[in-house]
Design a protein around this ligand. Structure first.
Ligand SMILES: [Fe+2]
Ligand SMILES: [Fe+2]
Length: 277
């Protein structure tokens, strides 16, 4: 395999699943494109952001003990091409990107994504990260009618993607989450920002306050979301996230796992096998 990749593999058993499913979980590409149609300002921004991540990726690699060398210092859109090639080779049932696909929403980034994302042969799901930014309506071409709460079904499995990029979950999102999670399916939840609870505090304390959502200081609807997903009766037991740029696995409540992905800039990604009992 291309030495660029640092994949991690995880198996989760989901009793009642109709068959095995394979997810390719990636996160945080931070695309900052420029092209021939760009204004001088857009070109300057793309170059500046790219240069900044050439240093930034080393900091995250050091923090999480990931390897990083010259194979990881390539143009940002080059990462996307590498992930397209890998995904088309390993053939997951779905590719799930947990946010910060873009450094920020720009015309050249959107042009790049419109051209490149259809090259993934499997469905490509993407939930907004804090960097992606922009207005929700700008994501409809990529995420469908409701970018704030997307749903993707694969047999009995249901992937529910919530936009928590502003560190908040609205009452509307929570209502849809409950409705979608409680219809007899086997739900997996995905969002950009991980949560920090009493149960996973020792693990998530490794990253600063910026990187997690906690009950402390949360608005009432976000607190209600945290109470819901940590309750024993909530049918969700797997929560996939990004934002921290490193791979962290923790139990955010009894029997409930949170998994984050190493930044794709470092070749990191999770191959997640969901197995019937
Ligand atoms: Fe990020
Ligand atoms: Fe982020």
């Amino acid at each position: 395999m291309d030495p660029f990749f640092q994949l991690r593999e995880f198996d989760f058993t989901m009793p009642g699943l109709d068959r095995e499913y394979k997810l390719l979980h990636i996160s945080d590409i931070h695309l900052a494109e420029w092209d021939v149609d760009c204004t001088p300002e857009e070109i300057a921004y793309g170059k500046e952001a790219t240069a900044s991540w050439e240093k930034g990726r080393f900091n995250f690699a050091r923090a999480f003990g990931d390897s990083v060398d010259e194979v990881h210092v390539i143009p940002l859109h080059g990462y996307l091409q590498k992930w397209i090639e890998l995904a088309n080779e390993i053939k997951p049932d779905v590719i799930l990107c947990t946010g910060d696909l873009m450094e920020r929403i720009t015309s050249p980034n959107l042009r790049c994504l419109k051209e490149m994302l259809p090259r993934f042969e499997a469905p490509f799901l993407w939930v907004r990260g804090n960097h992606d930014g922009g207005e929700e309506s700008e994501y409809i071409p990529f995420m469908g009618e409701h970018p704030a709460w997307q749903v993707f079904r694969l047999g009995k499995l249901k992937l529910i993607l919530l936009d928590n990029s502003k560190k908040e979950i609205t009452a509307d999102q929570l209502a849809h989450l409950r409705e979608e999670a409680e219809d007899g399916c086997l739900p997996v939840l995905a969002a950009h920002i991980p949560i920090r609870t009493e149960k996973n505090d020792a693990v998530m304390a490794k990253v600063g306050e910026y990187f997690t959502i906690t009950k402390d200081g949360a608005v009432p609807d976000t607190r209600a979301f945290l109470e819901y997903i940590t309750a024993p009766e909530c049918p969700i037991s797997l929560f996939l996230c990004g934002h921290v740029h490193g791979c962290m696995i923790s139990q955010y409540a009894e029997g409930k796992t949170q998994l984050t992905a190493t930044s794709t800039m470092l070749g990191g990604g999770n191959i997640i096998r969901l197995l019937p009992q």
